[in-house]
Design a protein around this ligand. Structure first.
Ligand SMILES: [Zn+2]
Length: 174
């Protein structure tokens, strides 16, 4: 009653075991080479769970935007090649062309997924902040070195804009 067929878990649905080739041609003893096995509902459900576990996919972070992907091929088709990379405290895969494009495996542990995203956002804001401060510093130097009043005022309004952005960023970080 209630028996369900799934791919044999012993030979992973192949019907044979390559490392037992010398015994009866490697035929799987569990499924007798049929590559299927009959299981009850309980086993079937736990089998489905392991399948889902292996196929959770990936969370991709692109400069603050989140996307989800089922496989790496899709990601690489869109963003090119990735490298192993430490982004703050997180080990991720980051794009060669932009460190702020990165992805990681979705875990079964939801808390872990949330923590990863929090850490990544924190690091992203930290880097953005550093970049803004650098830009402000560079423009401030230019203001000092310029005699032209008109150019000076253009620089100054650029600094104001950057400072606004910086303030906004700091309210987000908390
Ligand atoms: Zn088998």
């Amino acid at each position: 009653m209630n028996k369900i067929m799934i791919p044999c878990r012993n030979c992973k649905g192949k019907g044979e075991l390559s490392h037992f080739k010398h015994v009866e041609g490697g035929r799987c003893f569990k499924c007798n080479g049929t590559s299927q096995e009959c299981v009850n509902r309980e086993t079937y459900e736990s089998y489905q769970q392991t399948l889902n576990r292996a196929d959770n996919g990936y969370t991709l972070f692109n400069n603050g935007l989140i996307e989800y992907y089922k496989n790496k091929k899709e990601i690489e088709a869109k963003y090119g090649i990735f490298k192993c990379y430490d982004y703050g405290n997180c080990s991720v895969l980051a794009s060669y062309r932009d460190d702020n494009i990165l992805y990681f495996d979705i875990s079964n542990d939801d808390q872990h997924n949330k923590k990863m995203l929090t850490e990544i956002n924190k690091e992203f804001n930290l880097r953005k902040r550093k970049k803004l401060l650098n830009e402000i510093r560079t423009i401030e130097k230019s203001v000092k070195n310029t005699k032209d009043i008109e150019i000076k005022s253009i620089f100054k309004s650029a600094i104001l804009d950057l400072k606004k952005e910086l303030n906004f960023l700091e309210t987000c970080v908390q």
